[in-house]
Each structure stands twice: as structure tokens, then as C-alpha cells.
Design a binder for this molecule. Sequence first.
Ligand code: ADP
Ligand code: NA
Length: 333
Amino acid sequence: QFTPRVFSGMQPSGGLTLGNYLGALKRYVEMQDTGTYETIYCMVDLHAITVWQDPTELAAKTRELAAAYIAAGVDPAKSILINQSQVPEHAQLAWIFNTVARMGWMQRMTQFKDKAGKNAQNASLGLFAYPALMAADILIYHATHVPVGDDQKQHLELTRDIATKFNHDYGVDFFPITEPVIEGAATRVMSLRDGSKKMSKSDASDASRINMTDDADTIAQKIRKAKTDPDALPSEYKGLDDRPEARNLVNIYAALADISVDQVLADHGGAQFGTFKPALAELAVAKLSPIASEMTRLMADVAEIDKLLAQGAEQAREITQPILKRTYEIVGM
Ligand code: ADP
Ligand code: NA
């Protein structure tokens, strides 16, 4: 009964990593290009400010993220591209969901615990309520599918819980039970320095990640210095058990090349990292460099980006306004 519709988004809170690209952005483009779904992609600035953001930088980073989306292949003629704060129904529905979600649900969220750290009493209330806003981002479109990295699984479950409880409390079948789409070899890209941690833009060490805007030499150097073990690559996947750093590099290769992990091992099994790493670096540069230069080109015309986002917001509101209106009616408002 629901239109197949994809929603996803990223925070404009700093440089994008290879993890963001393979786990999210590349998937956005793939889902857009299947032609099976209406696709809506968002810069979630309201989420970004749950931790302090310098106002001038926030505006710049939001445009930079829009440029990254477009450079990676999100096409404003095929997808609706928006900045969250320009579509006010996200925040309006989030308030309703703040009354549906339970304190205990929020307290179980591992991302809040990670981001708030030891001093949780001093975290913003918005950081705690973040998953209710995320549920609203998705459900204000009645989105049926959400492509995300593995770290967002728990938030997607909470989105489903909120939809279920709303439908149950008000005796309606109004919000869909959204499916997370967490597929492929790179749902969790790991740090280059520590195979037990995810690659993240907030890691203190820049050597732990590949940034989408790193130049070719930097990418090659980071991959050359990536932590590995002394063994050669195995020819079967189970040979990567207990070798998290090796597995991570193989997964990255497969995702970048759009081939299976088995294929990577068929091609490179028996090779030492001394030969595999340069091949991986060459592949990463071939995929990322064109995106980085396209981003630079797009960033030179900020007015054009602003125009696209204004158009996106208008298109989005054709969907969000009727859904908010109906939600208010259901609630008795
Ligand atoms: P970050 O997690 O880098 O702060 P966001 O929270 O804005 O960035 O996440 C944007 C998207 O990128 C989400 O779908 C998230 O799951 C995905 N993502 C982030 N890091 C990784 C990673 N290391 N591997 C795979 N996907 C990732
Ligand atoms: Na994340």
C-alpha cells in the first residue's frame, strides 16, 4: 500500500570518509539508478547541531555535503535533494514522536552512549532525542527503505518501534514499517589503524581513515601504512577469520570494484600485502579522485547549490505537508 520510497541522510559535520562513501553514498546512487524507488537524500543539519557546530562552518559544510552527493552521482533530476532544516515538517513530526518514544528506548541507544561519553549529564537533550528525529526524517516521507551503514541498525529498529507504537496507540495503519538496507561488502568499513574500530571522521588520527577529498599521494600513503599481518592473502573468505585488518582491506577492494569478496580472493589469493596494497590504492584513487575534482568544481558555484536545495525543499514539501496534516488529524489536532 506504500509507494516504494527511499530516504537517507548524512550529517554536514565534517569531511566524508571512505566509510561514508561505501556504506552510504554509493548505495544512494545505486538505489536511485535502479529506477524502482522514489529517492530522497538529505543533509541532516538539525542532527549535526546536537553537538556544537560553528555557524559559519555549518553552512559551508552543508553545501560541501550537497556537492559530495551530486559529485558521487546523486542526480537532482532523479532524486529529491534537501537540507533538513528547509523542510520544517521533519522537526514537527519529531515532536509528535518525542511523545510516542519511551525514555527507556532512548537509554538503550549505543550511539548516544558512544557520543555522549563519560559526561552524559552534559550532553544536549537533542543528542538524546536524536533517534526520534531520525524516525521523523524517514516517516515524514512514508519511506519504505533506508540504505545505511551497519552502525545505524539500532536506530532503524527504533524507527520501526515508533511507527508500530504510533499505529497501535491511535488505531491506524498510517506509518510503514521501514526496511533498513544494509547490504554489500562495506556495511562497516573499519579503521586503517585498528581493525576493531569503525572508520570515522571523528577519530583523532587522520591516518585511520581515507577522506573523500584526500589527494592521490595521501590515499596511497595511508593504504601503504595500513595495519596488516605478515601473511599472504588467502584464496577463500574463511581464511580471513581472525584477520580483521586483512578482511577490511579485502572488503574495501570488493566494494570499490563492485565485485564479490570471493572474486577479490580468486584474483589476489596468495599475494602479499606488498603487492595488494598498491593495487588497492590505485583502485581507490581511480574511484575517489574524479568525485573530489567534481566536488571542487561544484563548490565554485555556491548559488547553484543553494538553488538546487531550494528546489528540493519545494518538491519534498509536496510529500511532507499532507503527511504531517494527516498525522495531526489522527492525533486530534
Ligand atoms: P559518521 O558516522 O561518519 O559520523 P553519519 O552519522 O552522518 O556519519 O553517517 C552517515 C552514513 O554513513 C550512515 O549511513 C552511516 O551508517 C554510514 N557510515 C559511517 N561510517 C561508516 C563506516 N565506517 N562504514 C560503513 N558505513 C558508514
Ligand atoms: Na553514523
